[in-house]
Design a protein around this ligand. Structure first.
Ligand code: ZN
Length: 74
């Protein structure tokens, strides 16, 4: 098994490599410090950010490489 799995964009039907991490939280079902993450390619970052943004869920948009540099798992 390879450990070099490239994360894939979370957008439906998209198979592109993820570049961005969208950290979000739904206050109705998650505790405030909990972070769910979606992965996005360059093309879908805007779309997915808007989806979360209009619901007030979006907390952070971070480059995947920076996210990993912080020791977080996407
Ligand atoms: Zn995508």
């Amino acid at each position: 098994m390879s450990e070099e799995t490239t994360p894939i964009c979370s957008a439906k039907g998209c198979r592109l490599d993820a570049v961005w991490v969208l950290a979000w939280n739904n206050p109705k079902i998650h505790t405030p410090e909990r972070r769910k993450t979606w992965l996005a390619c360059e093309e879908h970052r805007e779309h997915l950010s808007q989806f979360l943004g209009v619901r007030g869920f979006l907390k952070d948009v971070v480059l995947l490489k920076e996210w990993e540099a912080q020791g977080q798992v996407p």
